[in-house]
Structures are given as structure tokens and as C-alpha cells.
Design a protein around this ligand. Sequence first.
Ligand code: 8YV
Length: 317
Amino acid sequence: MAHQILLHTEVEPYQTIRPQLEALGEICQWNPLEPLPPAEVLRRIEGLYNFGHHRLDGAKMDLMPRLKVISNFGVGVDHIDLEAARQRGIPVANTPKLLDGATADMTFALLLAAARNLVRGDHFARSAAFTHYDPSFMLGQEVHGAVLGIVGLGSIGYQVARRALAFDMRVIYHNRQPRAQAAELGARYVPLDELLAQADFVTLNMPLTPQTRGMIGQRELALMKPTAVLVNAARGGVLDHQALYEALREGKIWAAGLDVTEPEPLPRNHPLLGLDNVIIMPHLGSATHQTRQAMAQRSVDNLRAGLEGKPLLSRVA
Ligand code: 8YV
């Protein structure tokens, strides 16, 4: 009998995914915002392919007693209860490394854009208000030669540091453990509070875990320089958005660039959306054709391996 696959997603998956899944077996799609598929269909499911960030917990896993693999499109798995999967003996796969370059590019794009008023400048240049050029307006913060503080020197953070070196930045970092790799970057390990106080630019590149949830709040933002720029390319949950709003409004930090928020999207009346010293992206860190294609391929290959009882190409739990 053909493999039974559950496609767990609110939206249509990236273009090359569905045909590949169809070649692997029979698909049942579950939009997590809609009612459950019939129990007898769920009972037959052997492989779960997840696209997006809807919660996958033990209760959902229990509906699928034959489930032998969960394959996630993306590296971050904070939406999946890994402990519940472990307890049930269900291996979980993700797509590490493939998106490091694209996400580091986006981190740097936000850093540059926030520092140099790219979005405000573009809006102004298009507007009726731009009637004459004034060399005194829209001055930004200098990027080259500044101090970059990276929170989370994993493989994405490492790529951010490499980009920073090309901008003659001095790199400091904070991580659970100092990283041997940091030496080749000339990056110095510092405690978080020291990083926040010293950095001209702070980028958040760590995973969202119980330890990193809410890591940057009012106290931490107060430690930053009033000229500093904060970039979040990790997960919205690592940052307190109300505290960020207040820090930006009161000029306690200079600007922010967010690729991610919590919730995602922010409620349309969220006060952050009314500030012009924050740039907000709709979670585009890995959103290039090339990276999405690589992630699609890896995640389908992971699912295939799990269905065939072979070792997963990139197993996270
Ligand atoms: C993905 C991401 O696009 O990989 C991750 O953890 O945040 C993004 O690169 C996303 O997870 C897919 O929905």
C-alpha cells in the first residue's frame, strides 16, 4: 500500500513540494486552523510533513499511532514538542545549514537598512514632501568600523560575523558556550550584559528555546546604547515586543529591524507598527528561490528516509 502522508499546513507548500510528496505516497492535508481530518485517516498516517509554524504537540501525535517520522520545512522547531516526539519514539527532521547564508544576508540587510534609513528614505523620496534636497536630513548610524554583538553564534551567527568582517566591524558574541570557531573570526565571547552595553549593533540569531524565550526585555534594552540598532532574525519569542516598543518610542535605542515577531503577524493595531524607527519583515530570512528549493529537497528527502525506515539526513530529535 502507498505510504500515508499528512501535510500539516495552513497554506499551499512551496511549489516543488506537493508533486514530490505525491510521488512518495497518498496525501491528506490538514489545515491546523480547520477541523481535524477523519480519525480513520489519521490512524493510517505514517509520515507528517510540516510547512509553517503551527503547533505540533503530543495530543496531535497521539491521533496518529502509526506515525514514524515528522519532517519540518525549516531549521527552527520551537513549534514542535520535541520531548513528546521523543517519548513516542517519533524521529523529527529539520533543514539545518542550508539557510545559514540567506538568513545571515537578511540579518545584515536589516542591520544596514535600519542604520541607514532605507525604508524611511524610500518613502520620503517617493512622497510629495520631497521638494528639495537637504544634506542635514535623515542621518543614520555608521556601520563600518562599529561593534557588532551577536547573540547566538551558531551556524547562522557565524555567517553574520563573516559579513561583519567585510564591513570592518569588531565582533563580540554571546552564546551558551564560547565557540572554538570564533577565534578564526577574531570574535570575543562576552557575557550578555556586556555585549548589550558595548555593541553598536546587536543581532539575535539564537534558536527559541525555554532558555532564550523573553531573553531580551526591558532590562536588557535599557543596557543598550541610545544609538544602538537591534536586529531580530531569530524568533519573535526571544524579544519582549512591548518593551521594544517603549525603548524605540523613548529613544532608549535608535532603531530596530525585525524579520520575525510574536505573534506572526502582529495584530494590525500593534503600537510597533506605528513607529518609523523599526523595519518589519514578514519572516523572509530564508526566502530566496535557491534556499527554499534546497530546504524543500532536504525536507522531502528526510520524509522519504523516515518512511523507508532509513536514517534521517538531518535529525533534530
Ligand atoms: C523558514 C525559519 O522559512 O528555518 C526556519 O527556522 O524560520 C525559516 O527559514 C520557516 O521555518 C518555514 O516556515
